[in-house]
Design a protein around this ligand. Structure first.
Ligand code: SAM
Length: 218
């Protein structure tokens, strides 16, 4: 997975990856992707999938969901669009080119926002999280799946040490779980309800149902 921090570079990289992506990642990412989608569907029907890519996750959503997919790369979206057509994924209501840090939706539009294997690629993850927060309804969840490192885990220093090497071969190896959970805590409006285990993790951040609720938890 390319880790480049300029958006044009990202688009160029994924124009190439679009041709091979499914063959390499379909089986490798299926477990966390299914887990994230299941959690999103439990929140309600209106779901935004940021960095939807070639649409590997789209067939996992329930038929009664209403999914919008956004991605920086038109080339990846074209593959996703073919999937939606050929597999008749009628629950997918739209696919659009969009930057995670500038979402073109109104406030509190979605029951859940998922970002799978994309947060580590975004130049400013906190800005992307702020946008996810803006478009999420109270009571909804931001659901992230990615290669995330446990803070203080025995291997954390190892993953930090090999981070430059990982970037050279296209992986992010040192994005820590705490970057997400600390953001959630700092907002005063989110609770971390799940942090998965293993190499690929799902993290679920739940937005308090109302301002009153947030104050009572503060
Ligand atoms: C590793 S792929 C993951 C695709 C899909 N979510 C999956 O799980 O298979 C990362 C995707 O994120 C997209 N992406 C990277 N930076 C982005 C950004 N700033 N905003 C939106 N999408 C972005 C890329 O174009 C690519 O399609």
């Amino acid at each position: 997975m390319p880790v480049t921090y300029d958006l044009d570079g990202q688009k160029r990289a994924y124009a190439t990856w679009a041709k091979f992506y499914d063959r390499i990642y379909q089986n490798m990412l299926a477990r966390p992707q299914r887990e994230a989608v299941e959690a999103a569907c439990a929140c309600g029907p209106d779901i935004l999938e940021i960095g939807v890519g070639t649409g590997l996750t789209l067939s996992y959503f329930t038929p009664d969901s209403r999914v919008l997919g956004a991605d920086l790369s038109l080339d990846m979206l074209k593959v996703a669009h073919r999937k939606v057509e050929s597999q008749k994924l009628d629950h997918v209501h739209g696919l659009m080119v969009m930057d995670a840090c500038r979402l073109g939706f109104g406030d509190e539009r979605f029951d859940a926002v998922t970002a799978q294997f994309v947060i580590t690629l975004v130049p400013n993850p906190e800005q992307a999280l702020a946008e996810m927060d803006r478009v999420l309804k109270p009571g909804g969840e931001i659901i992230i799946s990615s290669r995330l490192v446990d803070d203080g885990g025995l291997l954390a220093p190892f993953w930090s040490a090999v981070a430059p090497l990982s970037k050279a071969i296209g992986w992010s190896s040192d994005f820590k779980v705490s970057r997400l959970t600390e953001w959630a805590k700092a907002t005063g409006r989110y609770e971390t309800v799940h942090v998965g285990r293993g190499y690929f993790k799902v993290v679920r951040l739940r937005k308090h149902a109302s301002a009153d609720n947030a104050q009572s938890k503060a």
